[in-house]
Design a binder for this molecule. Structure first.
Ligand code: FES
Length: 138
């Protein structure tokens, strides 16, 4: 299977690989796995509580090139967004940006799920109700 240039770029040069301090109240951690292939993605956000804006995002993905590229791209998009804007990120935007083929769409779903799971972790830590994140997978 041929990867697009953008996938290869993010795969060979992943942005924002790393770990944020989980013990901080304003850090949300999402950990998700893809049932299709067993790949695992961890994505973390750091939120400025005063403005509800994501100031930092990091990921670690044990998975295929498309999953790594999807999470790398997601962390780039997350920085500077409000939590509400981050919630609106749809996996199909990642598919378009990276030109993922149909068999790799679930890799982008993993990134969307990881974002939502990180936001939920942040919400629960801050006494907010958990949001329904189950989506109809494209
Ligand atoms: Fe499963 Fe990419 S092949 S996450």
């Amino acid at each position: 299977m041929a990867y697009s240039d953008k996938v290869i770029d993010h795969y060979s040069n992943p942005r924002n690989v790393g770990t944020l301090d989980k013990s901080k109240k304003n850090v949300g951690t999402g950990l998700v796995g893809a049932p299709e292939c067993g790949d695992v993605m961890r994505l973390q956000i750091e939120v400025d509580e005063a403005t509800n804006t994501i100031t930092d995002a990091k990921f670690k993905t044990f998975g295929c090139g498309s999953a790594i590229a999807s999470s790398s791209l997601a962390t780039e998009w997350l920085k500077g967004k409000t939590v509400d804007e981050a919630l609106a990120i749809d996996n199909m935007e990642i598919v378009e940006e990276l030109a993922l083929p149909p068999v790799k769409i679930h890799c982008s779903v993993l990134a969307e799920d990881a974002i939502k799971s990180a936001i939920n972790d942040y919400r629960v830590k801050n006494g907010l109700p958990e949001l329904e994140i189950a989506k109809s997978h494209h």
